[in-house]
Design a binder for this molecule. Structure first.
Ligand SMILES: [Zn+2]
Length: 312
């Protein structure tokens, strides 16, 4: 009798736990069915609707890095079977541009396209100004990201996400950006280069989500600057990477800091009316005049009949 009395509360507790578990399972199932009917559109159109339909991978990583998640409020919208996101709105096949830059020829379609490219960022000072200008003109660009900047300034991870969510293309500019290690004595160290590239990929995925992938890369200093590239070229090709140099530059990273007008002059000096124009600029910390010169450069290109696309 005494024993029976002791068991009774336990039985009630057990029944309560079973009931709670059953209710939870039913609730989760209903929730899951609801979410499946709200999945975002296929990957290709994600970049066109980035503000409306962020993917779950993005949400997870926003959370992990304590970035404001207010506008990305449904972490259940995940579908891990989705193909990797090929980022960049109005993406242009980067391999065609690689061929063009390397062999300086392209089967001309007569279409004038400008590719604005920004290296070495993101930076807290300059990147937001550039994003604002791009937004105002409804133009997308390609950002060549250096991972060590993101680790040095964790606040800049939010800017990388902003670039991405705005429909820009995110490309890989190595993690270290250290020429002494990447190119000792000006010769490419293929092993270090590939490791550094992969390290950068990991950093990008940590911010943008595991589904993020980019095949577009740029050698710090440019591919054409370095010797003994054959080995790394072979590996890059095998792994599906596309490296891109440029055929126009503002010279914002050459020598002393430049004024806004000097940068515009640099752009004009290297402008030869190319059908496909890849413009080298930088959005690193000390490049505030690049942000100042950008609206003039965009307006000049527009007046010359150029459209703007990203490299993907
Ligand atoms: Zn660089």
């Amino acid at each position: 009798m005494h024993k029976h009395k002791k068991l009774k509360p336990n039985n009630i507790l057990l029944m309560f736990i079973i009931s709670f578990t059953l209710i939870s399972i039913i609730f989760l199932h209903i929730n899951d069915v609801n979410n499946k009917s709200k999945l975002p559109p296929p990957a290709i159109s994600v970049s066109n609707n980035v503000n409306k339909n962020p993917t779950h991978g993005i949400n997870i990583h926003l959370k992990e890095h304590d970035i404001n998640t207010d506008s990305y409020n449904n972490p259940k919208e995940h579908n891990s079977e989705k193909p990797p996101i090929n980022n960049g709105k109005n993406g242009f096949d980067a391999s065609i541009i690689q061929d063009f830059l390397l062999k300086n020829k392209i089967k001309s379609d007569g279409k004038k396209i400008a590719f604005l490219t920004f290296d070495d960022g993101p930076s807290l000072e300059v990147t937001p100004k550039i994003l604002k200008t791009l937004n105002e003109h409804n133009i997308k660009a390609t950002f060549f990201i250096v991972g060590n900047q993101l680790d040095k300034h964790p606040e800049s991870k939010k800017l990388l996400m902003d670039e991405y969510m705005q429909g820009n293309s995110i490309a890989n500019h190595t993690y270290s950006h250290n020429p002494d290690k990447l190119y000792p004595k000006k010769d490419v160290d293929a092993k270090f280069f590939m490791e550094d590239l992969e390290k950068n990929n990991t950093v990008l995925k940590n911010v943008l989500g595991d589904n993020f992938h980019t095949r577009v890369i740029r050698f710090p200093g440019g591919h054409r600057t370095w010797n003994k590239t054959a080995e790394v070229d072979h590996i890059l090709k095998k792994q599906g990477y596309v490296f891109l140099d440029w055929n126009n530059m503002t010279s914002d990273a050459e020598g002393n800091p430049k004024t806004k007008q000097e940068l515009i002059d640099g752009y004009k000096h290297t402008f030869k009316g190319q059908d496909k124009l890849v413009i080298l600029m930088h959005d690193s910390e000390d490049k505030s005049t690049t942000a100042d010169a950008l609206p003039d450069i965009i307006n000049d290109l527009k007046s010359k009949g150029y459209e703007f696309e990203t490299l993907t």
